[in-house]
Design a protein around this ligand. Sequence first.
Ligand SMILES: Nc1ncnc2c1ncn2[C@@H]1O[C@H](COP(=O)(O)OP(=O)(O)OP(=O)(O)O)[C@@H](O)[C@H]1O
Length: 965
Amino acid sequence: MASMSALPQPSRPSSNPPTSSLPPIPNPKARKSTPAPDTPRAASPYQLSKLRTPSSPKPSLARSPLSSSNSTSNLSAIRSASSGRTPGSPDKSLRRTISIASFPQPPKAASRSSTASSVSGIPGTVTPASVKPKRSSRLSTGTTSSYRSSKTPSLLNGSADGNSILADPRDLANPEGSPSHSRSSSAQGSVSTSATTFEDADDATGMSKSNTKQKEAKGNVLVSVRVRPDANGGDMSRTQGEWSVDGRQGLISYRGKEGGDYYYDNVFTSHENNAKVYDSAAKRLVRRVMEGYHGTVFAYGMTGTGKTFSMQGTATSPGVIPLAITDIFSFIRETPHREFLLRVSYLEIYNEKIHDLLSASTNGAGAGVPQQEEIKLREDSKRGVYATPLKEEIVQSPTQLLRVIARGDHARRTSSTQFNSRSSRSHAVVQIVVESRERVPAGSSQDKRSGIAPGGVRVSTLSLIDLAGSERAADDKERRTEGAHINKSLLTLGNIISKLSESKDKQGNPTDKDGRHLPYRDSKLTRLLQSALSGGSLVSILCTVQMVSSINANSGETLNTLKFAARAKNSIVSHAKKAEETYGSGGGDSGSRVLLERYRMEIQALRGQLDTQAKAQAEKEMKWDEQQFEKEAQARHEEQVLEMQLARTALKERIEHLNRLILSSKSTGVNSHGSLSAAFGRLSRMSATESGTRSLRSSASQSTLGAAHSSIRPISFMSVNSNEPSGGMLFPNGSFCNDEDDDLGEFGDGKASLQRQVTALQADLGDKNRYISTLERRLLQARRSSHSRMSMGVKSGNATISEHPDVMALVREKDMEINELRIQLDDKDRMLAALRSAARHRDLAAVTNESQSPELNPQAEAAISGRNSPPGTSGTTEKAASPEPVLLPTRLGVKEEDRGKNMDEVSRMLDEMIQGRVGSGHFDKSAIGNVHTASNDSRRVSSSAEVAGLNPTPLPVDVAGSPPT
Ligand SMILES: Nc1ncnc2c1ncn2[C@@H]1O[C@H](COP(=O)(O)OP(=O)(O)OP(=O)(O)O)[C@@H](O)[C@H]1O
């Protein structure tokens, strides 16, 4: 059996369809070959058939559809074809130079032509007078003749029961059986085809109802016999020795030993070309497959009789496979309401082993060497028997599909045998899986994004099988081994077919006469064909024979083939049903087989993944934003807390400092001259007048200030009413004494006044400490609430941004409060410094007076002694008894003026401090008695700066502004 060398071999496998014509294939013979037998080639009928017969018309380029092609490869192919080609036996070199593009493509426009007109021109079947047709034949309309056997109804010839398989409405709509798109045949057999071509005599004429029951009984197997041209180019449609062929009646008669008449659905004479064979034997089946039925076409016959020629054809006369491919895609184009997915696999059974021809690697010599991995056969309730693992390629165009098949064919094993120089040594199975589903209608309300159609996916399979030829024992050992396997599998096939009609078990399954099930497992071939043979699919069997004279020993083989065909026709009862639509979600292999559905689910899954990723990304970005915001807030908080801590530390140090001051004041005592009272009187006055200007302070701050004011207020009130300093008395140490202070009881008492003020300051400091703690707590609360608000904001989307200003405002408010506190602290510091300074001046003055002339100043002495004496004792009594101011001794007159100045200066400084003139600076320690402001010092330093000019021994100030302990 010749290989599919007619199909061009792609230079390199490609899954993408070519956009232009392919270059000619240099040598398609690069296959695994076995040594040619010594038999002279001329002895082969194949070789003989290469001779051009006088009647064979020369290829006409002008009339050939190929001539309209711009493809240079086509032209070269035609040139090659025109050089000594025998139509009946195409030249191998011609096959090599034909590109895939030269295969017929579906017509783009409707072109009615006289389909298979060449067939009609074939001389009519000569029926020997002695042989009577056993049935009435019907001629189809037009020039396309096709005979059907009323005894062998079939869906494929349109004669099957309409209940089991519905006829295509288009067929019914076109009873002429000659649609607008039809195949045209040229003289040399090049054709164009279209899926709309129908040459169904039964559709055209309508089957007689009397045949319906027979159709039901016989099912859907279509059996055709093709007679190969004589090796000498003789006309085999006529009587040839003991043989006679009647193509019109589908009759082959043999008048030799075991002779008889054999009727078939189709009998193709040697003049009928591949297009005719395809149209009559396979076209309808292919359409049925596209509609959802499983279909199997296989060629059976002795080696060299034209199985491969019929299945694969040549470049100028494409066979069943390329024509089926063309029709498949035409059907897809003509069925826009459905979407299709095609995938193809190609295997061979060689020496009872299955090989994947599409997975075959190519060795350096270019010969295809199938992979050694053995393919196993498995069975599935829905899918039937199938080979696995098998490579399936998804194809999107006829050219791509042809390329894939050509690639597999390249890897198929062929050898030269006695009868065929390129005999196929294996059974080759091309499987095209067709998936289809309803397309989503435009404007449909369903999910356009996923494209989910309401219906499920329909899966059907078209199996195109080129069997290896049966042969007699060969001389070569390898050929003998191959032949043994081939013959065994074909024998098993024959046995099964012959047993199919014999008996059935209770379930109706065919059994042999002993009740055993049919031996499908006896060979890989029958196992693979099990579904088809047992009626699971539509079947079309093409048997090829060669009529020879009785002298030729092949008569027996031809007879065997005819008997096989006849048995098959009578035995195989198909009950093929349209494949159910699958939804893919169902488990199991059948579900996973539905690629369309699987892809849809994959697309959905991928979309889901994309959505998830997008969400995750968005969340990530939001988290990142949140983290950034939190970081910023954290940084701000840390800053604030740090400032708070610093402020608190400073305050604590102040408190400690004040405490020490109070202790020292207590230990040293306070004089009764009221100098500090006067100073505080001034301070209080200023505070009272200034209070209105401190509007910037917060209410909380005001409250604490209020406490300070209230503690100071009595003093200031008294001071205002005392009209000092006119009524006051200056002490030699620069302090002054107001008489009215003494008159006013304990308020007039310097010690008591000082103690009150210190107590008030302490209370104020305590308040401020508490207030700072409160502020800290509030800050912490604000921080927590801002965090929670932020997290809530993350959940609620844009709310975060809108709430953010509140937090910022709160933080700003707290900042302001802290600043206010600092200002207050500064004020207190200054006041304390002034107090301390005044106290020291007073003490100093007292000590000086005591050391110089205590006797000259009895009042002073009394004052000093009174300071240490309990209230109501002599000091107070004496002072109260002395209405006039105490006159200082003359020798002290010079210093009195200075002391007065000092006191004035103290008062002035206190006033300035209170008025805030030194609010932003600090006192220069070096300028004793003068106040300088340092513009660039920090507030903290200034707040802790000592009133150095008022302090004879100023305390050093550290960076943090805290005085040394
Ligand atoms: N109908 C036909 N018209 C013209 N040539 C034919 C026809 N049938 C077969 N041939 C030629 O006969 C030769 C053998 O044909 P083919 O290889 O198809 O036989 P086969 O049955 O496949 O043999 P095998 O089983 O050994 O592979 C080929 O050269 C082919 O071109």
